[in-house]
Design a protein around this ligand. Structure first.
Ligand code: CU
Length: 169
């Protein structure tokens, strides 16, 4: 069987999710920001992730007072998911709570939007402070399905930051 080239590829290690610049668009003059919040983007953490991140490892920074459109999409082919902005807390709640910012919540908060379900959270980012964006389906937040939102009194433009927990690899 000479001449047959056998190329054996080892299964890739779980790659660290990279921030996709397309997730975040904004208009500094109009002070509006749009963020694509993608539930279960990858299989990471049993798909209990937003944009491939879990446990606060992605932070969306929005200047205080800007209008935010958070375009939620459930990319998970199996589970239903939702999202809401809540105050920072450890551990995160086991089920939905009142949003920390009015209207910063999707429909079907507890039951979740089905695969490919979409909704847009439209709210004004205030007051300044630290928040979490959390999946309200019971148990998902506790399973790691949350990222961070920082409403910043000093930032001049929105940004996305990789924010690994201190001491994590
Ligand atoms: Cu979920």
């Amino acid at each position: 069987m000479g001449g047959v080239l056998s190329l054996v590829l080892a299964p890739p290690a779980e790659a660290q999710q990279q921030i996709d610049p397309a997730w975040l668009t904004f208009d500094a003059t109009a002070r509006t920001v749009r963020f694509q919040l993608i539930a279960g983007l990858t299989g990471f953490n049993g798909a209990l992730n937003f944009n491939g991140y879990r446990d606060g490892e992605l932070t969306l920074v929005v200047p205080a007072g800007w209008k935010a459109d958070i375009a939620f999409r459930n990319h998970d082919g199996m589970l239903s998911h939702s999202a809401e902005v809540i105050p920072p807390q450890t551990p995160v709640p086991a089920q939905p709570v009142d949003p920390a910012i009015p209207r910063a919540v999707t429909v079907k908060l507890a039951s979740g939007l089905p695969p490919e379900g979409t909704d847009v959270m439209r709210f004004t980012a205030q007051p300044p402070g630290e928040y979490l964006i959390f999946c309200g389906v019971p148990g998902h937040g506790l399973g790691g399905m949350w990222i961070r939102l920082r409403v910043s009194a000093t930032a001049t433009v929105p940004e996305l930051l990789h924010t690994p927990a201190p001491g994590s690899p």
